[in-house]
Design a protein around this ligand. Structure first.
Ligand code: SF4
Length: 92
């Protein structure tokens, strides 16, 4: 089974009212942003044509990689989703 199929099998209970990760890439280098683009296993960080960093927390796997990579720079807030929200793994 391909990675995309495995990720798609998960269920995501998105808390639209309270994002569990907040980021701000303004003022940070291309290299710092690329740590997140390359490091997030779910591919939730993307670099726009104008160099801005885009992020969508809806498919988050709650692995914590982005916090480890940029927890003192771009990632401003990282916490687990509130009770009964977040990812429900379906493929182990
Ligand atoms: S916690 Fe993991 S899956 Fe979620 S945004 Fe960070 S790196 Fe991506």
């Amino acid at each position: 089974m391909k990675l995309e199929e495995r990720l798609g099998a998960n269920k995501y209970y998105v808390d639209e009212t309270s994002p569990h990760i907040l980021v701000d890439g303004a003022g940070f280098s291309h290299e710092e942003k690329m740590k997140l683009v390359n490091g997030c296993p779910a591919g939730l960080y993307t670099l726009q044509e104008n160099g801005d960093l885009a992020f969508d927390f809806a498919g988050c796997l709650e692995c914590g990689t982005c916090r480890v990579l940029c927890g003192e720079t771009i990632v401003k807030t990282w916490k687990y989703p509130r009770n009964a929200k977040g990812v429900e793994f379906r493929q182990g």
